[in-house]
Design a binder for this molecule. Structure first.
Ligand code: ADP
Ligand code: MG
Length: 479
């Protein structure tokens, strides 16, 4: 019998707000242990949380970007559990009334596009971190991360393969990064993912029992963990056993998962509305203001690049990998008005150099304006394609503008017909043997004359004009 997998992902996105979700303490990375705390973060009795408005705006933004309904009335709930990194004994989260529900996103995978349902998105606070010291055998608690705002994004069980799950995750990351509400760094934990998976015989419509996989901190590991777990569940069923609903930990060293704890039910958490926080009413005007402030989204940008700028799907995919690339492309295009050339210079030359030199795009010295200007210099025949590459290399290394480099190195392309004609006639006169052969019918020698002319001008003459004038001059010798 053949089995298929059913997968649903829970993504935790750490928001890039300056302060925490319920206190003004900073969220900045890299501070000393427990420097970013305050009575609310420490869970001191009697201290009241005050909601950070930015978190609400970011949640609405993500909700709109994922086609969700935004709930007008919101309530925070306490989720109770004990762990040393949670001093209050409960996490402030949302339960029955999450801010966003019933959405979906388009996920492109190979050549197919699938709509994956978003069950809900809710706001919550992050917990602190336990630091275990194996040498002393002690554990210490760092509460800098406690109270950092998170959005939990829960997908419908719509995914069917590990590769599809990874594509969903990448798409979600892209959306978060375009919105600039989360940096999406899985290795550093600013985007985290739990994967829920079950298997069932192909053709069966009911879902099987799921397990929840934790500790997956890269896109590669999502696929690996799911592949292992799917094979494990199928083996369990084939052996006549049943899959147990449980939470399992992924071990990236061995590529396996092992049972961590039996799956807690929501009743175990004793959820109830947090009496410290009043009901949150979201006005239509806030939703509209957020909508107006939204940047272009990856899918919109992709469509625009293909339909308005006429780029290939491939180029559009490369450029929409990051919002920075899209902005850069558009700024360069504004100057040169040649979309295809802009895409080529950006994705081949610029990305190629960045790769080779291991420089981040953010640190690139070539501004979009300057790349646009370089392309314009080619379009207006000031530079040949070959010269432009030389100029580009200098731009990349020094950050100088193309105009400055052209000026300094006297790189201007010669297009003046009079000057070109002089060189062309002298080349013809200096090569009587070749001329005779050409006139005798050896057409291939045309290329020889072009080459000699270009060489004589140090490669600075416009080849198109050289061709035209050479044709003309050779024609004259025929008569
Ligand atoms: P919990 O708090 O129990 O983890 P959530 O609602 O946060 O529950 O998340 C449940 C996740 O599990 C969702 O992403 C959902 O799509 C997925 N899921 C639910 N049932 C199944 C199933 N039978 N097989 C695979 N995934 C499932
Ligand atoms: Mg869960």
């Amino acid at each position: 019998m053949d089995y298929e997998a059913v997968i649903g992902l829970e993504v935790h996105a750490q928001l890039t707000t300056c302060s925490k979700i319920f206190t003004p303490s900073s969220t900045e990375f890299g501070h000393g242990v427990n420097e970013l705390t305050d009575p609310v973060t420490l869970g001191m009795p009697g201290c009241l949380p005050v909601l950070n408005k930015k978190v609400v705006e970011y949640a609405i933004m993500l909700g709109l970007a994922t086609d969700c309904q935004i709930r007008k009335r919101n309530r925070f709930a306490r989720k109770h559990y004990f762990y040393p990194d949670l001093p209050k004994g409960y996490q402030i989260s949302q339960y029955e009334e999450p801010i966003c529900e019933h959405g979906n996103i388009k996920v492109r995978f190979d050549d197919t596009v699938r709509s994956i349902g978003i069950t809900r998105i809710h706001m919550e606070e992050d917990a602190g971190k336990n630091i275990h010291d194996p040498r002393s055998g002690t554990s210490l608690v760092d509460l800098n991360r406690a109270g950092v705002p998170l959005l939990e994004i829960v997908s419908e069980p719509d995914l069917r393969t590990p590769a599809e799950a990874s594509a969903y995750l990448k798409t979600m990351r892209k959306i978060l990064r375009f919105l600039e509400i989360c940096d999406g760094n899985m290795e550093e934990g600013s985007m985290r993912c739990d994967a829920n998976v079950s298997v069932r015989p192909v053709g069966e419509t009911k879902f099987g029992t799921r397990t929840e996989l934790k500790n997956i901190n890269s896109f590669k590991f999502v696929e690996k963990a799911l592949e292992y777990e799917i094979a494990r569940q199928i083996a369990v069923i084939k052996a006549g056993d049943v899959v147990i609903q449980e939470t399992r930990l992924f071990d990236s060293e061995t590529g396996t998962t092992h049972a961590m704890r039996s799956k807690e039910e929501s009743a175990d958490y004793r959820y109830f509305p947090d009496p410290d926080l009043p009901e949150l009413k979201i006005q239509k005007s806030l939703i509209e203001a957020v909508r107006d402030s939204m940047p272009v989204l990856p899918e919109e940008a992709r469509t625009k690049l293909i339909e308005v700028y006429g780029l290939s799907e491939y180029d559009a995919d490369v450029i929409t990998a990051e919002r920075l690339f899209v902005d850069y492309f558009e700024e360069a295009f504004q100057i040169c008005s040649n979309a295809k050339a802009t895409a080529n210079w950006l994705t081949s030359e610029l990305f190629g150099y960045l790769n080779k030199e291991a420089i981040r795009f953010e640190d690139c010295k070539v501004s979009a304006r300057d790349l646009g200007t370089l392309i314009k210099l080619i379009e207006t025949d000031v530079l040949s394609g070959k010269m432009a590459k030389v100029v580009f290399e200098e731009m990349f290394n020094t950050g100088k503008s193309p105009e400055q480099i052209v000026e300094e190195q006297g790189l201007k392309q010669i297009t003046d017909p009079e000057e070109i004609r002089k060189t062309v006639t002298s080349v013809i006169d200096e090569n009587p043997t070749q001329l005779e052969q050409y006139l005798g019918g050896n057409d291939k020698l045309f290329g020889f004359f072009v080459g000699q002319t270009m060489k004589k001008s140090g490669g600075s003459m416009n080849p198109k004009v050289v061709n035209e004038i050479l044709k003309d001059e050779l024609e004259k010798r025929k008569g």
